[in-house]
Ligand binder design. Structure first.
Ligand code: MSP
Length: 518
């Protein structure tokens, strides 16, 4: 077998100051779908997620909870691990920045930067937002109602004055611009790319990369008074997990540079400006792509703890079902845009697109086969133009979906799959196999074969998005366990007539509003 191509995809590592919410679930879900798709498509995938456990924000949260930071991070980090299991995420590793392997890695990248003359000691005085873990210039701030200064994210800033190491970011403007120009798809979507390039074109200032006013972090090598800036620490996780500082490590060799760092729009600058600059300055390659997705609001309102409208992914799953939530989040909003979560829209999509369009298609066809074809894959006769049109459109879908996912356009991938689901539904109505049953039973067999084959392929493609339901649909067309990756897509994996099929059952339940109590 030819060597599999590597594919390395990462989520941001999540701050452990709080319980996981819909935003965290969304970023990881997008990565999970890509990881699953690429595995089915023959790639050797590494999918990484984890938790960002150092810094002032986490230290303060631990203090507030009245526990020591290590015990606190152990607890909260576990919630993120549990979420990954509940949401059926297939991450290959889960990294915590408090692990020894990561501290070694941070010290090493620091040393490389120091040796390269990219870091110098000075002192910092300026504004810092603990919530963003970021420094801000006076010009970026606004005044809040109470007269306090506010960062663009809405977080309060505080004045910081302390000795600090600096990274010579100001010297990287030209090289970053060259890098963006040479790699036009490094930042997607393109609208975000423009935001980043104009920020860099506007001029860069040296970046403070150490703090002395708290202790919870990785100490700077040979200068214990300083703790490494939490973003330098956090970003380094992406290489720690593949064996760095051992750049000869088999995983590092195979997976670096990463194919995609998936991030939310709020943390794009760290990933698309600071991270490639740190890496290039340390003599390492920058990643291939950073994709910045948008933010969810809840029924039109910004999601915030103070408004009490945080969406708990576990509650959503319990109410609507896991596959339903996975589908909705990636279908509702063009990936990259902001989107609004609404329960009405959730129910409409799960009932209309999952239960009616896809679920009924399978249920109608498989029940007819069960009743009229002795519960076996029917034997097709000669194919008509109508049969061939449907089959070739479905056969062509893999390429279409692959192209969409290569630019992280989940909504387009789903739209294209659903176009063919609807085409299969109109084909049934046109061909009316229930009438053929009496008039032309051989033709009925052909029509049901074409449909069963379409269902097989649509389910193959739906697996990354709705793994549980698609798996059950594949069971119902008796697709062998080893015939569920994309090497069985198209003609290569056509259903074998006379194969016995299990009794069909619905895979996409409808959501029925509970009657309110009298
Ligand atoms: N720890 C940093 C990342 C370090 S990566 C080297 C961090 N963590 S976070 O927990 O605050 O946020 C993680 C992700 O959740 C971000 O990608 C952010 O965009 C996403 N979301 C948080 N709220 C969100 C919404 N309301 N909607 C969509 N995603 C949002 O940042």
């Amino acid at each position: 077998m030819s060597e599999q191509k590597p594919y390395y995809i990462t989520t941001p590592i999540y701050y452990v100051n709080d319980a996981p919410h819909i935003g965290h679930a969304y970023t990881t879900l997008a990565c999970d779908v890509l990881a699953r798709f690429k595995r089915l498509d023959g790639f050797d995938v590494k999918f990484l997620t984890g938790t960002d456990e150092h810094g002032q924000k986490v230290e303060k949260s631990a203090e507030k909870a009245g526990i020591d930071p290590q015990a606190f991070t152990d607890q909260v980090s576990q919630n993120f691990r549990d979420l990954a299991v509940s949401m059926n995420f297939t991450n290959d590793d889960f990294i915590r920045t408090t692990e020894e392997r990561h501290k070694i890695s941070c010290r090493d990248i620091w040393q490389r930067l120091l040796d390269a003359g990219e870091i110098y000691l000075d002192s910092y005085s300026g504004w810092y937002s603990v919530r963003d873990e970021a420094f801000f210039g006076e010009g970026e701030l606004t005044l809040g109602d109470d007269g306090k200064k506010i960062a663009p994210s809405g977080a309060e800033v505080e004045w910081v004055e302390e000795p600090s190491y600096f990274f010579k970011l100001s010297e990287w403007q030209g090289r970053l611009m060259d890098f963006y120009n040479a790699n036009p798809e490094f930042i997607l979507p393109l609208t975000r790319r423009n935001e980043v390039t104009s920020f860099v074109e506007g001029g860069l200032q040296d970046l403070s990369v150490s703090r002395t006013s708290f202790k919870w972090g990785v100490p700077v090598p040979n200068d214990d008074d300083h703790i490494m800036y939490v973003w330098l620490d956090a970003l380094t996780n992406y290489i720690t997990a593949i064996g760095y500082p051992d750049t000869d490590h088999a995983e590092y060799q195979k997976y670096w540079p990463a194919d995609v760092h998936m991030v939310g729009k709020d943390i794009l600058r760290f990933h698309a400006v600071y991270w490639p600059a740190f890496l290039m300055a340390a003599g390492l390659e920058p990643p291939k792509r950073v994709f910045a997705h948008g933010w969810w609001t809840n029924e039109g309102e910004k999601i915030s703890k103070s408004l009490g409208n945080v969406i708990d992914p576990l509650e959503l799953m319990a109410t609507y079902g896991l596959d339903q939530v996975r589908y909705f989040l990636l279908r509702e909003v063009p990936f990259g845009n902001d989107g609004d979560f609404s329960r009405a829209a959730m129910v409409q999509r799960m009932n209309g697109e999952l239960a009616n369009d896809f679920g009924n298609l399978a249920q109608r066809v498989l029940s007819m086969i069960n009743k009229n074809c002795d519960a076996k894959v029917p034997e097709p006769g000669d194919l008509t133009d109508d049969d061939n049109t449907l089959l070739s459109a479905v056969d062509g879908l893999l390429e279409v979906v692959r192209d969409a996912l290569d630019v992280q356009a989940f909504h387009i991938a789903l739209e294209k799959i659903w176009t063919e689901i609807r085409a299969a539904n109109s084909y049934i109505d046109r061909q009316a196999p229930w009438t053929l049953k009496k008039e032309d039973p051989q033709r009925m067999q052909t029509v049901l074969y074409v449909l069963a084959e379409a269902i097989r392929q649509l389910a193959l493609l739906a697996q990354p998005f709705v793994p549980e339901a698609a798996g059950r649909m594949l069971d119902q067309v008796a697709a062998a366990e080893d015939a569920r990756d994309f090497s069985s897509f198209g003609e290569a994996g056509r259903l074998t007539p006379s194969t016995e099929l299990p009794k069909p059952e619905g895979v996409f339940p409808r959501f029925v509003e509970e009657e309110s109590a009298p």
